[in-house]
Write a new protein. Structure first.
Length: 388
């Protein structure tokens, strides 16, 4: 393990079919006014809204409803949430939904009392929080982002064509997260598999960096193997509790800072995917799936040893009698077969990207330094062309 680090994750998790039973006790730790954030209505159809409302009422809370958090939450919605939270002097924000609702709740939590424009401060200038933070809790209904146990909050600004994530510190992590795998059963298949790939890519973004013998990489390989195994079961039978529960747990550990310890980390697939999202508003996990193989094939020569290790340890490639290039390529082909098998979108044309957008998407892509190769603008355009 390289580097020096300290590790603490402040989010308390409640996992399993009975996990909502703990909501009452958690709410009792906070003041009387709770802002309930949710999306466009799935929680009303599947009954989660009624269950949560019953607990809020039984806990004597005054509930301020903030509905309509869209997938890829916008800066306009963020401003609206801040106004609502401030007018009602809310003590706590309860997010019930997927990554978008959790991210949004965190963004509101640091913006209600922010004296500057939060988009400018947190997303353009990347400054830290310097105001009072409203505490957040989550009831998760969609698996993928890891937002339930991390400090990330991604916001989209359509007029500026930018989708940007700010990774806040410990004080912004949810105070608790309730993870009931059964809540994910009603997800449409498209969202379910997009979430599976989001998880996988969170792991590879952290795995493809560094060359030392790192425990973080062994944990990452275990998480990837578990995800691939369970995803194959879940696409055939979305109501297989064992598979869905393993995937839910894997998603949380894929992006709660654990496997990044001692590593530089890459994140270029996410940077390109987010810029595509700013132009198309496409589903997050699908933007990642559509650019991953061209990106990984492009950087493979720079991190050849790790791509071989990936092939052998994650995809069971038999390396005997093969060159390193052959082993690495076979690993990526097996990954491609799995991606097609579970039904991911494999090109950006299907997500609404057109040739004339490519330069702008490349301009809007943050270039990170921690992977095996630092991309140039032209290389990003080339990868996007290969992803069409
Ligand atoms: O609007 P509702 O009714 O909630 O419907 C949602 C939405 O349409 C639906 N859904 C969620 N749970 C459901 C359900 N439908 C039926 N049954 C259920 N149980 O699914 C759709 C997608 O939900 P969303 O929350 O948008 O998906 P996801 O969890 O993938 O979140 C995506 C957002 O998270 C950001 C992404 O950029 C994107 O903005 N990310 C956040 C990260 C973080 N905090 O660390 C990291 C990620 O890389 C990602 O960037
Ligand atoms: Zn992601």
């Amino acid at each position: 393990m390289l580097g020096n680090f300290s590790y603490c994750n402040p989010t308390r998790l409640y996992f399993g079919e009975d996990s909502l039973n703990y909501l009452h006790d958690e709410l009792s730790k906070y003041g009387p006014t709770v802002m309930l954030c949710y999306g466009s209505g799935s929680i009303k159809k599947n009954g989660i809204y009624d269950q949560v409302m019953d607990i809020l009422k039984a806990s004597g809370k005054t509930v301020v409803e903030d509905a309509g958090v869209m997938p890829n939450p916008t800066v306009e919605k963020l401003y609206e949430g801040c106004r609502l939270a401030k007018e009602n002097n809310v003590d706590f924000i309860l997010a019930v939904g997927g990554g978008s609702v959790c991210d949004y709740a965190k963004a509101v939590s640091v913006s209600v009392y922010c004296e500057e424009d939060p988009w400018e401060k947190y997303y353009l200038k990347m400054e830290d929080v310097s105001c009072k933070i409203v505490p957040v809790g989550c009831v998760l209904t969609m698996v993928g982002t890891g937002s339930e146990m991390n400090g990330g909050a991604v916001i989209t600004n359509h007029s500026q064509k930018r989708k940007i994530g700010h990774v806040f510190g410990d004080q912004v992590f949810p105070k608790f997260a309730i993870l009931n795998p059964r809540y994910t059963f009603t997800l449409p298949k498209y969202q379910m598999v997009a979430g599976f790939y989001d998880i996988f890519n969170h792991i590879t973004e952290q795995y493809f960096s560094g060359e030392d013998d790192s425990t973080s990489d062994y944990i990452a390989e275990g998480l990837m193997r578990s995800l691939v195994h369970s995803s194959r079961i879940a696409v055939k039978n979305p109501e297989d509790y064992e598979a869905r529960s393993n995937i839910m747990w894997t998603a949380t550990w894929a992006l709660n800072t654990l496997i990044a310890q001692g590593k530089s980390t890459d994140w270029m697939v996410h940077m390109i995917g987010q810029s595509i999202g700013a132009y198309t508003d496409a589903t997050h996990g699908m933007t990642l799936a559509a650019v991953s193989l061209p990106y990984y094939r492009h950087i493979c020569p720079y991190g050849l040893k790790k791509f071989c290790r990936f092939a052998v340890n994650v995809w069971n490639v038999d390396a005997a009698g093969k060159t390193e290039e052959e082993v690495a390529a076979e690993g990526l082909s097996r990954m491609e077969s799995w991606m097609k098998e579970i039904g991911l979108v494999m090109n950006i044309t299907q997500l609404g990207v057109r040739e004339e957008m490519l330069e702008g998407i490349a301009d809007g892509t943050f270039i990170m330094q921690g992977g095996y190769h630092v991309l140039t603008h032209d290389e990003i355009v080339e990868i996007l062309k290969e992803s069409m």
